[in-house]
Design a protein around this ligand. Structure first.
Ligand code: PHE
Length: 361
């Protein structure tokens, strides 16, 4: 504890009696008892302030006879230096102590429970793309990221849809100029991967992504999601396509899901099929969702057209392949029981919240 210095001035009018050792002792005692920097500053004032002990002694020197002035002057300077040096040491020590104390008081209690972190949720599209990607990756497929800005060549001509072909009508899209456009189908990725695969080894890939169409009616969106799949190898048959789609449908929509093929037409596949899945709502008995048919249309597929293989640099006498393309919107609606397609695009937080990440854990 700091005890105020008992005032002993060593200053008697007209005569200075300086006991150097005594002053040093007092300085030492005062400084050693200082508990904090505030009091330390008070001690400084006490010795060196306007009316401080050392200051007063300095003033008193002039009262001394000339022959003693020098002697006491030197002594006084020694005391002053002693005070300043000791003061600096104590000041440094206190400063450190105070910082340490502060750190101790401010330290964080890591055992306290944290505040809840609010996380976002994955959009149904992202979830379904992740799920499909996992499934196909487990079967050895590459996951390809195609470009949304495409050329007429890759989106149409290399898929056996020359300019003027009637199949273009259903896929009118947004043109940037004569050649560049927003892809109307992920099938463009088929043409790219066949060309890019220079050593013409077998291909197994899926390409999920956004596609665009210039649809003007109320039930269609100008943008939607698709997943493309392409397999090219020796001896690939329609049976491989059917087996793959069966696994796809069952993993995604439930183990009891059945599939059926209906003949269809796409310029880049031959034969072409439309693939239906048994209605997952009524199990095939017939309900409102499947319009009492027991089946729901899911995707387009077929065996890769020889012209497409040829344009991609694959010899159709050696290689065959299958391809399919499915809309992500309908799939997400089926899978997550989303009643209206518009919910997927309006980003209503109440709808999105239902896909909170904790469901994935
Ligand atoms: N690209 C076609 C569409 O958008 C779907 C499809 C893909 C059909 C691959 C057959 C093979 O309608």
């Amino acid at each position: 504890m700091f005890r105020p210095f008992e005032v002993s001035l060593f200053y008697i009018k007209g005569e200075i009696k300086m006991n150097i050792e005594k002053i040093k002792e007092n300085i030492e005692r005062d400084l050693n008892n200082v508990p904090n920097t505030d009091i330390l500053n008070q001690v400084k004032v006490k010795y060196l302030g306007k009316n401080g002990i050392i200051t007063n002694l300095q003033v008193g020197i002039k009262e001394l006879p000339n022959e003693e002035k020098k002697e006491y002057g030197i002594k006084l300077n020694t005391i002053k230096k002693f005070f300043n040096d000791s003061f600096e040491i104590v000041r440094t020590r206190l400063h450190e102590e105070e910082i340490n104390q502060k750190l101790k008081e401010d330290s964080i209690d890591i055992t306290l429970p944290s505040e809840a972190i609010i996380t976002g949720s994955l959009h149904p599209f992202s979830r379904i793309v992740a799920e499909i990607s996992d499934l196909f990756a487990s079967m050895g497929y590459d996951i390809i990221d195609g470009d949304e800005i495409e050329t007429d060549e890759y989106c149409f001509r290399r898929l056996n849809i020359p300019s003027g072909h009637p199949a273009r009508d259903a896929q009118d899209t947004f043109y940037i100029d004569e050649e560049f456009l927003l892809r109307s189908q992920t099938s463009a990725s088929q043409a790219h991967i066949m060309e890019d695969n220079k050593d013409k080894t077998p291909i197994r890939m899926i390409c999920p992504g956004k596609v665009y169409r210039r649809d003007e009616d109320a039930t269609h969106s100008h943008q939607f999601g698709q997943v493309e799949a392409l397999v090219v190898d020796r001896n690939i048959s329609l049976a491989d396509l059917k087996g793959t789609l069966e696994i796809f449908a069952q993993k995604l929509l439930g183990d009891n899901t059945k599939i059926r093929f209906r003949p269809s037409y796409f310029p880049f596949t031959e034969p072409s099929v439309e693939v239906d899945v048994s209605c997952f709502k009524c199990g095939g008995k017939g309900c409102h969702l499947c319009k009492k048919t027991g089946w729901i249309e899911l995707l387009g597929a077929g065996m890769v057209h020889p012209n497409v293989l040829k344009m991609g640099g694959y010899d159709p006498d050696i290689y065959t392949g299958f391809a399919f393309g499915t809309g992500l919107d309908r799939l997400a609606m089926f899978k997550y029981n989303i009643p209206d397609i518009r919910y997927l695009y309006t980003n209503d937080i109440r709808m999105l919240k239902q896909f909170d990440r904790k469901d994935d854990e």
